[in-house]
Design a protein around this ligand. Structure first.
Ligand code: BJW
Length: 249
């Protein structure tokens, strides 16, 4: 386990970035693995606003399947360990997840930002007047969504879309995230490949403030070189050990 953790003192702030790898052992596919989501779907067809304008039925179908997938799985020991860390650490723990599943919440995490949205929520583009941000009113939605599903608020159809941040759209709560990165003492990245910005650049922001930075992954990410140290292995094993180490530091 990283000797750098000896520098962490009770009361200090921890920011944790999570990606698809933390939910892999729960049974959710990652994006860029050989059997990942982007193997069977072109990003341009399902994860851009242009794709939604061009073929909303295809995009809704993709997220209907993702919604079902999330409901079929449960949090794994990595999610549970992070919830335990937040509960017992004598300082702030903020999880910034790129994941659209609800496994962190179901494990008990409370101080959590879904920077790429949540698959169990939707919003109405007509009610939102073209706005797309964390302040737009979201509707919890667990069923299939269709292009002709009427909005429960305005009654119009054709405006409802999944609460997902697609390529080219601004991720949520960036001010709060950058503030937390500027003040944290420990930055941990778990199960993300470092392909997608701005999340891939968070390690640099944390380091600029003198934070200790730690990457936990099965293999080096695209931005591995920017981290002080690395823990290699499946998150379901490495994160419970890491959390125990931090809590006894
Ligand atoms: C395990 C494990 C186990 C497996 N244990 N580990 C040129 C240069 C730079 C940037 C850009 C550029 N051109 C365009 C951009 C911007 C663009 C971007 O980054 N594009 C790149 C592809 C180049 N980004 C955007 O458009 C974002 N918006 C934006 O930039 O707004 C402007 C802005 C600027 C500055 C500040 C603020 C804003 C929006 C990005 C939206 C991403 N959306 C998606 C899809 C929607 C959600 C969904 O459908 O689920 O989000 S894409 C997809 O990738 C998804 C993920 O959240 C995201 C990251 O993927 P992740 O989590 O890293 O998954 P994988 O599969 O890549 O990696 C899994 C990792 O886990 C691997 O490393 C495994 O080894 C590991 N692993 N099992 C531990 N058991």
């Amino acid at each position: 386990m990283s000797a750098l953790l000896n520098q962490i003192k009770a009361g200090q702030s921890i920011v944790i970035l999570t990606g698809a790898g933390i939910s892999a052992e729960s049974g959710l596919a990652t994006f860029r693995a050989s059997d990942g989501l982007w193997e069977n779907h072109r990003v341009e067809d399902v994860a851009t606003p242009e794709a939604f304008d061009r073929d909303p039925d295809l995009v809704q179908k993709f997220y209907n399947l993702r919604r079902k997938g999330v409901k079929d799985v449960i949090p794994n020991p990595a999610h549970e360990a992070l919830a335990k860390l937040e509960k017992h650490w004598d300082g702030e723990v903020l999880i910034v997840t790129q994941n659209i599943d609800d496994l962190h919440e179901r494990a008990g995490s409370k101080n959590l930002i879904h920077m790429h949205g949540e698959v169990l929520k939707i919003f109405c583009t007509k009610c939102a007047g073209g706005e797309m941000n964390e302040h737009v009113k979201k509707i919890e939605w667990h069923d299939d969504l269709f292009t002709n599903t009427p909005c429960p608020s305005c009654g119009e159809s054709g405006g409802l879309r999944p609460d997902i941040v697609w390529f080219g759209e601004m991720p949520y709560e960036m001010d709060r995230i950058y503030n937390a990165l500027a003040q944290c003492d420990l930055f941990i990245s778990i199960g993300t490949s470092g392909n997608v910005y701005p999340a891939a650049g968070f390690v640099q922001h944390a380091q600029m403030n003198g934070s200790v930075t730690l990457e936990c992954n099965l293999e080096p990410s695209n931005v591995s070189g920017a981290f002080h140290d690395h823990i290699t292995g499946p998150a379901g094993q490495t994160i419970p050990e890491l959390v125990n180490k931090i809590l006894t530091s």
